[in-house]
Design a protein. Structure first.
Length: 278
């Protein structure tokens, strides 16, 4: 009995040690970025590197705020996230419900096309999407930022898995009670997938927030860029002021930190639920 308890404790210590090591490795880049934001430019690139700054220079944050129109960048990023989330949740929920619960010709073929789109690199679609916007004269606009996220193949697949986990008897009972197909979808089925929709909301928001290539291509005007694209302009052609760049990155992280703190419960529940039902 004592040997079993010792083995259990040893395994527990090893598990917690591995988790602690993994947490340290994950949080170290964030700590390094925070410390670098208070260093001088020379100190940030010196060899061997120093962990703590010799002088804590808070003016790096002031320089970052004056170098970029952060208010405009924040606004553009928030609008991008809001519009992409609304489009992804609305269209993906309807499409996921159709693929999971409705019967129509070509359903399997259409869903196969959705899966194929998920397998292809997103960079393949950049040129045709840009050409479409250019011909319509919609570059350097908010719509240009939102355009690639109007429909989400990942969201369609994600919510389809959630709808498939709902018994068909629930929809049949709603129809017997006099609900139309639309009422069954909006008033019965959608409320049962709140956790998955919350998870899709956070996934979409994170992807939209971190999108760099498309905002740089679609919008060349600094006032029309997002935070990630705007921060890239702080890099110089020959030299880069890394403390100012890290300070700007710290300021840009604030929205996502707030979003995660507010919705971490729904995020975890949605991922767990979709994993069980998938």
């Amino acid at each position: 009995m004592d040997s079993l308890q010792k083995k259990y404790r040893r395994n527990k210590i090893m598990i917690y040690g591995a988790l602690t090591l993994g947490a340290v490795l994950m949080i170290f880049p964030f700590i390094w970025m925070l410390l670098t934001s208070f260093k001088s430019p020379a100190e940030s690139v010196q060899i061997p590197p120093t962990i703590l700054p010799s002088r804590w220079l808070a003016e790096n944050y002031t320089k970052a705020l004056t170098s970029l129109p952060f208010v405009k960048l924040y606004l553009n990023t928030m609008l991008l996230i809001v519009f992409r989330v609304i489009c992804a949740v609305a269209f993906s929920s309807a499409a996921g419900f159709a693929f999971a619960k409705l019967r129509f010709k070509g359903k399997n073929l259409l869903f196969s096309i959705v899966l194929v789109q998920m397998m292809l690199p997103s960079q393949i679609f950049i040129i045709p999407q840009y050409q479409m916007l250019a011909k319509m004269g919609l570059t350097n606009t908010m719509f240009a930022l939102v355009f690639p996220g109007l429909v989400s193949a990942f969201g369609t697949f994600f919510l389809r898995q959630s709808y498939m986990g709902i018994p068909d008897e629930i929809g049949e009972a709603a129809c017997l009670d006099g609900c139309s197909q639309w009422q069954t979808f909006t008033k019965v089925m959608m409320p049962l997938t709140k956790a998955s929709m919350a998870a899709l909301t956070i996934f979409t928001a994170v992807f939209a927030y971190g999108d760099l290539m498309w905002p740089l291509i679609a919008n060349t005007d600094l006032g029309k860029m997002t935070l990630s694209a705007g921060l890239s302009t702080l890099r110089g052609q020959f030299t880069t002021n890394y403390p100012v760049l890290m300070a700007g990155s710290m300021l840009a992280m604030i929205p996502m930190i707030i979003l995660y703190l507010l919705f971490q419960k729904q995020f975890i529940e949605g991922v767990a639920q979709s994993g069980i039902k998938g």
